[in-house]
Design a binder for this molecule. Structure first.
Ligand code: NAD
Length: 345
């Protein structure tokens, strides 16, 4: 059996659309994992991959992750994801034309799949898609969209850190606590400001030292970040920083940050539990961006309602932590249980 066939047969989602765009040699892959709770929502990732099969595998895995994420945060949406696997990242007119052709594919799905930004895509690309289909969110504000979601991703992580502090250390007050923020990009820089304003001591680490310096926080060298003594380690850069190799080096009580796919393997959630470190599952704590795009553009929320829902990420984490304690499982297993319960209703 071919790799494509094997990946598709093994997948538990609803359907997959694969289009090869001969003009750019790009593969456009849309995975609609579940429409059980509503239309499948998920970002469009633009990336070069080793092979089309690798791109398909990524799209299928990410689409399933979106079903879980949106169910846990209680949104009336299903999960999906799209990948545009390109020979190299396109720019200028080539990029615009690629997104126009991709928009036609999204439109042909009739609203079963609604997309937004992801790795290497942003507001400008969503604007191009939005010229050809209404099934897109996070276009620029000038074009009627809700714009950059990172402000609410950071706010959600801030509320998640408070809930984690309350559970692990008995008080949700960040004042006097030390938080290491790894990655001072869109999310990390905003999170640093929220924490500093709340009286926390913030340590920032970024491979781009200029970005770290701009935050005004104390700087930790990237290769020393994992071993920094702190109450909270907040990964806001790369995925897979939590592994059998890194977990024994951590000197924190809590891992709570905005990066996607923080666990190198599912077993690492159990490793953190065994090490006495409270882990806020990444796809729950970083869901503020999804609440922003979907809430403002699809559910008619105003700014107050959005703030309220983003604050609710703290409450969701609190109940996940309580379930994990009661069941004697990892917080990741407890989050998965909550998603499964919502999907079963
Ligand atoms: P970004 O590209 O703006 O920032 C990432 C930062 O991490 C950059 O400053 C980069 O220099 C730094 N970095 C890269 N490698 C590093 C390393 N080894 N050590 C320290 N710093 C390093 O990205 P972002 O939008 O802030 O997103 C950060 C993470 O949060 C990503 O994993 C992203 O998938 C996730 N996320 C973002 C959003 C959002 O709204 N932007 C929503 C959900 C999840």
């Amino acid at each position: 059996m071919g790799v494509f066939e094997e990946l598709l047969r093994r997948w538990d989602g609803e359907h997959v659309v694969v289009r090869h765009d001969s003009r750019s040699d790009a593969w456009m892959i849309v995975g609609v994992h579940s429409t059980r709770l509503g239309p499948a929502m998920g970002g469009t990732r633009l990336k070069t991959y080793g092979s089309p099969a690798e791109a398909l595998e990524d799209a299928l895995r990410l689409a399933a992750g979106m079903t879980r994420k949106l169910a846990v945060v209680g949104l009336p949406c299903g999960g999906g994801k799209a990948v545009l696997a390109v020979p190299e990242l396109p720019r200028g007119d080539d990029r615009r034309r690629l997104f126009e052709r991709y928009a036609e594919l999204v439109d042909s799905l009739g609203g079963t799949f609604v997309t937004g930004p992801d790795v290497n895509t942003g507001e400008a690309d969503m604007d191009v898609i939005g010229d050809r289909t209404p099934h897109v969110f996070c276009r620029s504000i000038a074009n009627g969209g809700s714009g950059d979601p990172s402000v609410h991703t950071a706010l959600g992580v801030f509320h998640g850190i408070r809930a984690s502090l309350a559970h692990a250390l008995g008080s949700d007050d960040p004042a006097g606590r030390t938080v290491l923020v790894q990655g001072a990009g869109s999310v990390g820089a905003k999170l640093t400001r929220l924490l500093a304003d709340a009286g926390a001591t913030v340590l920032v680490s970024d491979v781009d030292e200029g970005r770290a310096r701009e935050t005004g926080a104390a700087i930790v060298a990237p290769d020393a970040a994992l071993e920094a003594k702190c109450d909270v380690y907040a990964p806001c850069a790369l995925g897979a920083t939590l592994s059998s190799e890194s977990i024994p080096r951590l000197r924190c009580r809590i891992v709570a940050g905005g990066a996607n796919n923080q666990l190198a393997t599912p077993a690492d959630a159990e490793r953190l539990r065994a090490a006495g470190i409270l882990y806020a599952p990444d796809y729950v704590i970083n869901s503020g961006g999804a609440l922003h795009g979907i809430g403002l553009e699809r559910l008619g929320w105003d700014a107050d309602r959005l703030e309220q829902e983003v604050a609710g990420i703290g409450g969701t984490l609190t109940s996940i932590f309580a379930t994990a304690d009661a069941d004697g499982t990892s917080t990741n297993a407890a989050a998965e249980r909550l998603a499964a319960e919502r999907l079963a209703v």
